[in-house]
Design a protein around this ligand. Sequence first.
Ligand SMILES: [Ca+2]
Ligand SMILES: [Ca+2]
Ligand SMILES: [Ca+2]
Length: 365
Amino acid sequence: MSAMPPSGRRRRPRALRGPAAITALLAGAAAASLAAAPAGAAGPNGVRVPMHQCWVNGVTAPPGDIVSGTSGDDNIFCDSDLENVTVWGGAGNDMIEVRGLVIDSAVMGGDGDDVIRTKHLVPQNASSMVRGNRGNDVIKVATVSGDGATKGAVVHGDDGDDRITTGSVTGAPGKYNRGGGIVTGNDGADTIKVGTVDFSGRVLGGSGADVIEAEALGPESGGLIQSGPGDDTISGPDGAVLIVGEHWGTVDAGVGRDTCTVKSVSTRTSISACEIMPKAAPAADRPSGQLTPAAPTGTTAEPPSKPAAPAATPAKPAAPAAVPAAPAGPAEPAAPPAGPVEPVTAAAGPVEPVAPAAPVGPAGP
Ligand SMILES: [Ca+2]
Ligand SMILES: [Ca+2]
Ligand SMILES: [Ca+2]
């Protein structure tokens, strides 16, 4: 089988699939790194050749940099890594599954209630992104690991009540807070469940009553969970206590009556704008729902009787976490484009991150 030549060429080898293909490609590229530009592995200046092996509703998608669904409900399946490719579900409730890595590529559901599942986001020379776009989407991504402004690993639920599940979220953003490793629910009441948030990774709820659960926050370096406007709930898995720290973990619940089941384990952490802070692990049988305002733990001098208004709060709940002295420097106003971040400062305005960055190619008829 390794009769397969260099892999190079402009054309992708059709015979190989899955891991075997990748292995063969790597072997081929290594063995014959001199032959032309290896597909999809071009050097910094080389031409980037799109690579994918996908099917749309059972039909092999033609080579090229875009794999597009139809205006109906599609089933898009990719059995390889995606490299320099955009997968676009288009309208309809689509099911998109990528069984390989998402390398410098984008996977977007388009309008409709989509289900998207991918392996790791691995930005190498550009960003890797998964977006639900409008609609109540279900998104599952293995890990989200970005690096600076140009190599972002980005997951967006966009409008709608999205359910996002990912592994660890890591990587510091760059200029204007772009890029890095980031998971954002955006508008709508989202449920976001992630692994460890560290090394300046960020998880943002956006507006709406969001539920954010993380396995850990800043255990080794630092990370940010910011739930934005709306009555949010932040905790560990299934409502357990989320340990914040020991390094620069930052929790900013934003405007709204928020419930944070969290515990700081060092002085480097910052936990702000949480109106309700249940102490120990809440009854396991009561997941992330809005735990009724049990007696607020000592931390808040707030009469439980007065719900809406954050009583003794800093009259200006708007500007929470005055710039957490944390790492990621989440305070900077977001820059709309790719690595969007809902502005920490924003309180009032939900700030909707630019819509679905123009899907490269429109869905077919
Ligand atoms: Ca869709
Ligand atoms: Ca959505
Ligand atoms: Ca939201």
